[in-house]
Design a binder for this molecule. Sequence first.
Ligand SMILES: Cc1cc2nc3c(=O)[nH]c(=O)nc-3n(C[C@H](O)[C@H](O)[C@H](O)COP(=O)(O)OP(=O)(O)OC[C@H]3O[C@@H](n4cnc5c(N)ncnc54)[C@H](O)[C@@H]3O)c2cc1C
Length: 473
Amino acid sequence: MSETNTALVWLRNDLRIADNPALLAACQSADRVVAIYVHETGPDIRPTTGAARWWLHESLKAIGASLASLGIALEIHEGDAAAALGRAVKDHSATGVHWNRRYAQGERATDTRIKTELRESGIEAHSYSGNLLAEPWTIKTGQERPYSVFTPFWKSLRNMAIERPLAAPTARRPLSPDTGVDKGYETPAWAEKLGQYWEIGEAAAQRVLSDFLDQKIEHYAGERDFPAKDATSGLSPHLRFGEISARQIWHAARMRSEIEPHLAENIEKFLSELAWRDFSYHQLYHRDDIARISMQENYADMPWREARPDLVRWQRGRTGFPIVDAGMRQLWETGYMHNRVRMLVASLLTKNLLIDWRQGEAWFWDCLVDADSANNPASWQWVAGSGLDAAPYFRIFNPVIQGERFDASGDYVRRWVPELAALPDRFIHCPFAAPMPVLRAAGVVLGKTYPEPITDLKQSRQRALEAYGQTKE
Ligand SMILES: Cc1cc2nc3c(=O)[nH]c(=O)nc-3n(C[C@H](O)[C@H](O)[C@H](O)COP(=O)(O)OP(=O)(O)OC[C@H]3O[C@@H](n4cnc5c(N)ncnc54)[C@H](O)[C@@H]3O)c2cc1C
């Protein structure tokens, strides 16, 4: 290895030091490593916006400091990735570029083009498996086809030997931790509030995982559907940006299961949820753009309503269905929404309100800190019924019944919809059914302090069944 041998590691959704194959390979191949992050623009890449962009910025700061302590500088670029990498290769006289794979069609096309261009100009270019439990093309049906149903996909994945996480590279000469990450990013006023809910970066992600395994996994299967309980891992934004890898989570959970066999059932449930993420990426990899195109073709003719006022009421958490409004306000305030409630709000939008799932997906994309290019569209299509292994079109969640079942004492609603807090439990999920004296005693004036329901659940259910029924013909 000569003194001037420099490799670049191109970071994308893998903002961690440990179990980062591209980073490790770059470190093993050269005596000097420079990390590059590109805020990519262009038609092939879905830009990270809103709350996730805020997270990304904080996460880059965190990994910038960790890299500096290893002796690796982090450079932030903007624009076309090929041009940015080309410039960086020249500036540093780099001999190789390393990255971990990504899976959307536009991303793959970009990466393939860059790999070819680099190799043609005599630069080594290598890609690695770092973001999923298993690469999407390695999981196949008996007929060598991609899976379209989760359960057999999960059985297949469960039987695979998931690669063990890699160690972090060893430190070189530390740099000053000035990473230049602040350049070009101003935290919008609305994003400042998010900071109070989250700790960002690789060390935080590892703490979240240990706390989950120490304190919450024991009740995961039984409590994960109850939004007032803090029963799930909270790992999704960390996974979204690769501050922790799915393989690290998998092996940590399995090791815990071996040490404490009484946790095995809950751990199995958790691993199967983690596998849904791989299943979403399986769909992203094998299908056309899943954020734009319904996976079931007959949904192309769905008679969606153009109903902007309804969409805005839904976005603002003013539908008049308390559990839906609680979820939409939790999303706006924290950048996160509980999974059960995500299903309920998506069902109200796409089924009762008959608004195109793409409009809900886009709102989530902007508001979620875990906005994920596979999980978000795949989950929206699951709820809307247009996905491959989707909820059947006739499953239309009733937000009142669901609220009574999963938030029986109304704690979740009271937290996020405080204007209803004084209602008795019996009416907390259906203020519109409460007698006038009950409303008055709770200080609720429907249509004034809290909205009337945006739709009649029975009639809109019927309308949805008819519209969805048409697509089946
Ligand atoms: C309409 C809708 C939109 C969604 N959008 C996203 C999104 O943009 N990003 C995202 O990460 N998840 C999304 N989900 C899936 C799920 O709601 C979140 O992953 C979960 O709530 C994150 O919380 P957690 O990390 O505490 O989950 P845990 O229950 O602790 O699960 C651990 C991990 O497993 C994965 N996982 C769990 N449930 C699912 C699921 N149903 N589908 C796919 N992966 C899952 C996630 O990576 C999660 O972090 C969406 C679900 C719905 C219904």
